[in-house]
Design a protein around this ligand. Structure first.
Ligand SMILES: Nc1nc2c(ncn2[C@@H]2O[C@H](COP(=O)(O)OP(=O)(O)OP(=O)(O)O)[C@@H](O)[C@H]2O)c(=O)[nH]1
Ligand SMILES: [Mg+2]
Ligand SMILES: [Zn+2]
Length: 338
């Protein structure tokens, strides 16, 4: 994905006017909490940057990227994301003015329906986080029980962004270990790393902590799977509110309501997300099967070549691999659904 935000040699002029660089950890209402040199600085956006942050509409009929909208007009799609490296000019106390967004290494994005053009089903791209080292799809062994198609969608989203995934199964104190292991084996065979944890008993938490140390990770998972609890277990000082199921309404209280990154002791951070729907942003020119690592070796074996949709065509290399047991049948069904 391309970065729409201009950035030019920040380090050069940074020295001239005392600008510093930092990482966006939290945002809301035009304010950004930026971590710089161990401190948290509350930043606003400079007027100059505000004017320059133009969001190109993804409308192909506009031809060029001239069809732009001012950022101020857009509520959902915010061009500064958690994880962004920015440069800012320090103000009084722990405040600053963001002047520039530095080039991104990658972006974890999802496709959403434009709230203003819902009836037309217009799609927008929303960046969930930038400069991500790994995506952690989080699943509960039980309560709620795992939904593998959802996992496949997270993995696809990560593949499309070129970001590695680390699958984490939580609440293993509740689960049916053996049946679960069989399902997980499918993912291990593909090459995904799978870890099992319980925030209640602490099982697997040390190993998991090691796996995320020093990196920027994004937790993705349905509401109630235990993402925030896991974060608390990883770093007990955090004491984040976890969801409580209210007896009278059956609805969750204290569920995570926004996206925020938490710094890990010893480096790195975890972006905790509220359970949210994640639809991948895919490149139309790419064969969707190439986002499934286990399907890649079989691409190019189809009789109809690049025209093969791998669904009904005769002589399809992917279907043959499914029949031969080289590709898991359920993963293939997930592929067809996507
Ligand atoms: N038995 C057991 N319960 C857990 C575990 N982890 C979390 N829970 C419970 O599961 C519920 C939901 O946990 P949360 O951490 O709030 O879940 P979440 O994924 O952050 O949910 P959202 O913020 O809504 O996306 C809480 O009641 C936790 O106490 C675990 O390892 N074992
Ligand atoms: Mg939460
Ligand atoms: Zn095919």
């Amino acid at each position: 994905m391309h970065d729409h935000i201009e950035a030019h040699e920040p380090h050069e002029d940074a020295r001239e006017d005392g600008a510093r660089t930092g990482t966006v950890f939290r945002k809301g209402r035009g304010l950004y909490d930026v971590r710089a040199g161990g401190a948290m600085v509350r930043c606003s956006i400079s007027n100059k940057l505000h004017k320059r942050l133009l969001y190109p509409t993804s409308d192909p009929s506009s031809g060029t990227l001239r069809g732009v909208q001012r950022v101020a007009d857009i509520e959902v799609v915010d061009p500064i994301a958690v994880g962004d490296e920015i440069s800012y000019v320090p103000g009084d106390g722990e405040t600053g003015m963001i002047r520039e967004v530095l080039p991104r290494r990658n972006t974890l994005a999802r496709s959403i329906t434009d709230p203003k053009r819902r009836s037309q089903g217009r799609q927008l791209t929303q960046v969930i986080a930038a400069n991500v080292d790994q995506i952690v799809p989080v699943f509960a062994a039980a309560k709620p029980k795992p939904r593998w198609h959802l996992l496949d969608r997270y993995l696809l989203t990560a593949e499309a962004a070129g970001i590695p995934s680390l699958i984490c199964v939580t609440k293993i104190d509740l689960g049916d270990g053996e049946a679960l292991d069989e399902d997980l084996e499918v993912y291990r065979r593909i090459g995904y790393r799978v870890m099992r944890t319980s925030s209640k008993t602490g099982e697997g938490v040390d190993a998991f902590r090691e796996a995320i140390a020093g990196r920027t990770s994004v937790f993705l998972g349905k509401s109630g799977v235990g993402k925030t609890s896991l974060l608390n277990a990883l770093q007990p000082g955090l004491g984040l509110l976890v969801k409580e199921i209210s007896g009278s309404t059956g609805k969750g209280r204290h569920a995570t309501s926004h996206l925020e990154m938490f710094p890990l002791d010893g480096g790195g951070g975890v972006v905790d997300t509220p359970g949210m729907k994640v639809f991948p942003v895919l490149d139309d020119g790419m064969d969707r099967a190439s986002y499934f690592p286990e399907m890649r070796p079989h691409l190019g074996r189809c009789k109809f070549g690049a025209d093969c949709s791998h669904s009904h065509e005769p002589g399809c290399g992917i279907k043959e691999a499914v029949e031969a047991g080289d590709i898991d049948e359920r993963r293939y069904q997930s592929f067809l659904k996507m």
